[in-house]
Design a protein around this ligand. Structure first.
Ligand code: MN
Length: 335
């Protein structure tokens, strides 16, 4: 097996959890914070999130060279800006400490509070500059708002200028009503519906014409979009005059061209060679990265999938580490 880097690996610190669990979420986010706090209080998950030595031991046992860490979702986004902005800085200081202590084992994606786009823009500069982190993670909507909206332009400008890839991680959908049955708010369906919606808004809004050098990372092999891509192009072409008449921006490229240019996919949670094939058709191996989604998915299953997937050696090297090294500016190794 080539060198393995996994890029959606969640952590927390006791200090972060103690602070976050004392804050009141904004009203629409209460159900999700209750759900996540229950998970974060469970002994095994809490330990997996907070115990760095145990994480490195598990990586060694699995033959995993590096983990690109991120704060456990939905991070700071459920909280009022006055709480979320300083909490994001504290999280990023902790992530930077972990990377400095273990530079050959950990990369990290910083967190920002989109609630205050100006502060988020400044924090991205700190994340990619003095803190030496490798990109940012945003947990989809913030208070029901999406990154294509004009208020977030400073955040997107800063990410683009500082070459911070934005990992667009799922969270509970912003409209919970129809998902509030059968557990559908979470990873079984709501997460991919929400993250796929967010990605489609970035594509169809013209945000990627305004920010052509942005890199957006989608987990779960593209949150369903590779399956729909030909139909999305077809329906976009069919509807574009009506869309333009209704005030929707005219796009310079087709939806699939933005997908191929601006998006990078990860394998998190999808150990299915057929879906990997769809992802490779939608983008290509130098835009697909391996991810596990610890502590929520099984490391051995994910690595066995990478080991057995029908790939050329070049594709397997790209997916297992080379794409991640490029997208997240990680230190390269000859191992
Ligand atoms: Mn995740």
């Amino acid at each position: 097996m080539p060198r393995i880097i996994a890029v959606e690996e969640h952590i927390a610190t006791d200090a972060f959890l103690d602070t976050a669990h004392r804050l009141d979420a904004v009203p629409g986010d209460q159900a999700e914070t209750d759900f996540m706090r229950t998970a974060e209080r469970q002994g095994p998950i809490r330990t997996a999130l907070t115990d760095t030595d145990a994480r490195i031991a598990a990586m060694d046992a699995a033959g995993q060279a590096m983990a690109v860490l991120s704060i456990n979702p939905p991070g700071v986004q459920p909280y009022p800006a006055a709480d979320a902005v300083p909490l994001a800085r504290t999280v990023n200081d902790s992530l930077a400490g972990l990377v400095r202590a273990h530079p050959d084992r950990f990369g990290a994606l910083g967190t920002v509070a989109p609630q205050d786009p100006g502060s988020a823009a400044t924090e991205i500069q700190r994340i990619m500059g003095p803190l030496g982190l490798h990109g940012i993670m945003i947990n989809s909507h913030t208070g029901g708002h999406y990154l294509d909206e004009p208020r977030f332009a400073p955040l997107l400008e800063s990410a683009e200028a500082h070459r911070a890839a934005i990992s667009l991680h799922p969270r509970f959908p912003s409209v919970l009503g129809p998902y509030d049955a059968y557990g559908m708010q979470g990873a079984i369906w709501g997460y991919q519906a929400e993250a796929g919606l967010h990605a489609m808004r970035l594509i169809l809004s013209g945000a990627l014409d305004r920010h052509p050098d942005l890199t957006i990372v989608l987990g779960h092999l593209g949150e369903g979009i590779p399956y729909w891509l030909r139909r999305i192009d077809n329906r976009h072409a069919y509807a574009r005059h009506a869309l333009a008449a209704a005030g929707t921006p005219r796009l310079r490229l087709t939806p699939s061209e933005y997908f191929r240019r601006n998006f990078v996919l990860t394998t998190s949670g999808i150990n299915d060679p057929a879906v990997l094939g769809l992802g490779l058709t939608a983008v290509c191996a130098d835009r697909v990265m391996f991810a596990i989604d610890t502590p929520y998915e099984d490391t051995d299953d994910a690595i066995a999938f990478l080991d057995h997937a029908p790939l050329t050696d070049t594709q397997r090297a790209a997916i297992s580490h080379a794409t991640a090294e490029r997208v997240f500016h990680l230190p390269r190794s000859d191992r």
